[in-house]
Ligand binder design. Structure first.
Ligand SMILES: Nc1ncnc2c1ncn2[C@@H]1O[C@H](COP(=O)(O)OP(=O)(O)OP(=O)(O)O)[C@@H](O)[C@H]1O
Ligand SMILES: Nc1ncnc2c1ncn2[C@@H]1O[C@H](COP(=O)(O)OP(=O)(O)OP(=O)(O)O)[C@@H](O)[C@H]1O
Ligand SMILES: [Mg+2]
Ligand SMILES: [Mg+2]
Lengths: 254, 254
């Protein structure tokens, strides 16, 4: 199953969700591929891979037609592979603008990899440009992390409109698979207010597991590790472990 | 003076810096224009302006050659005007790609407004695309908010390279005017570690005023107000008041 993790609002926990969901699914013996589609390359660095050593990257798959098999790197975790980002990804959107089938490049690159992986998680950049559209065209579902802060709901209507446009024009099966509440801080009214509004909007599609604000989640990437390997007993780690179980049950019925 | 507030990393406090610096400068009797160049429109909504009521926007200035005088809106604060964002801004980058002088559109639009405002602050989207390049081509200096978290330093080298490329090709006077540490949390080692690294990198360009993590800053936009009007005695408000004084002294020598 291919899942795009998208929200054009910056800093809401897209990369943190991709890296940590991927890690817990790999530990549960699924085969997982993380695709770093963000020119910032934070999923790549958050797993301890230094961009300077990357040979073939997501850029090569999109623009040069390289295969996932050539580009995918193993990580510290058995069963978790990474399609790394590279600096030239920043130029991909402009390069794709005038090329034929520009929205379907990622879909074509990931097609052969579907058999080899149970989950393919795509980390999107904070925009609704051609890279995110490529992810939506390739995906079976979208995971939408929403930070429990005011601006959270502002942009979601735009994201949902984009998902619907991609469903109509490029990918008829595309759905919002789950909305994930992140950085929930029980000490503030703001978090609870936003959580209530998001549930009113999305109903059952909001994951029951809420990810709390937890500094261990912010520290783990500086050690190049998912939080599971950095501090598995932290609140943040336990939340992503529970989220991995919840989504595996709801998105892949037995 | 025109300042672009830019960092392609999402959620680092760009909009919060634009809205709150602008508010304190307006209270100190400067004439201030905020330019919302982000299709998300958070500077616009954070000031209580509903995008549905916006007639002329930043998009019209960029693409249709509308003047700032036509598009700028007054706000609750005397001396603080806003050039609002609109949804069509999301399409501006693709529309600009093949048009002549595509990087200089904002500079042309803001030129006549320079006489009427002491400070023009441009809120950039979380990317280094054509909208941000337009802001850098128009600006005298760049303010770079950096969140005190691991990924903070990752992208800054790319941002600095982009600033240098714009300085060489489009805007010889452009400099990094100040680096601002945001969301500093004294309870964690991570914040202090990142702050130390940022100061080692940027030396004296790092503002002495550090903005702490403060939930009142996150709550203020849900009331459509800068924190100065929402909770002026909060830590976040006091930090932006001190930052406004510090930058006014260092960037506009008497
Ligand atoms: N639940 C959490 N608690 C505390 N910090 C968190 C949490 N989730 C993420 N973070 C931290 O917040 C910052 C933003 O998270 P992250 O980078 O995952 O967001 P993103 O949506 O991928 O950002 P971008 O839009 O730039 O791609 C990072 O420094 C991350 O370590
Ligand atoms: N010092 C702070 N303390 C606590 N919360 C903050 C602080 N500064 C900003 N915030 C909150 O963090 C979130 C991100 O801030 P903001 O939207 O200003 O960042 P941004 O860089 O403009 O994001 P984007 O990349 O999406 O444009 C917002 O919900 C904001 O209210
Ligand atoms: Mg990210
Ligand atoms: Mg912003």
């Amino acid at each position: 199953m291919i899942l795009a993790v998208a929200n054009q609002k910056g800093g809401v926990g897209k990369t943190t969700t991709v890296v940590n969901l991927g890690a817990y699914w790999a530990r549960a013996r699924w085969k997982v591929l993380l695709v770093d589609l963000d020119p910032q390359g934070h999923a790549t660095s958050g797993l301890g891979v230094h961009r300077a050593y990357v040979r073939t990257s997501t850029y090569d798959c999109l623009i040069q037609g390289a295969s996932v098999r050539q580009a995918a790197l193993p990580t510290e975790l058995d069963g978790l592979d990474l399609l790394p980002s590279s600096l030239d990804l920043a130029g991909a959107e402009v390069e794709l603008v005038n090329s034929p089938g520009r929205e379907q490049r990622l879909r074509q690159a990931l097609e052969p990899a579907r058999q080899r992986y149970d989950w393919i998680l795509v980390d999107c950049p904070p925009s609704l440009g051609l890279l995110t559209v490529n992810a939506l065209a390739a995906a079976d579902g979208v995971l939408v992390p929403i930070q429990c802060e005011f601006y959270a709901l502002e942009g979601v209507a735009q994201l949902v409109r984009t998902v619907e446009a991609v469903r109509r024009a490029l990918n008829p099966g595309l759905q919002v698979a789950a909305v994930i509440l992140t950085m929930y801080d029980p000490r503030t009214n703001l978090s609870e207010q936003v959580a209530r509004e998001v549930r009113a909007h999305f109903g059952a599609r909001v994951a029951k597991t809420v990810v709390p604000r937890s500094v261990r989640l912010a520290e783990a990437p500086s050690h190049g590790k998912p939080v599971m390997l950095y501090d598995p007993y932290s609140k943040g780690a336990q939340a992503y472990e529970a989220l991995a179980q919840e989504l595996a049950a709801s998105l892949r019925p037995a």
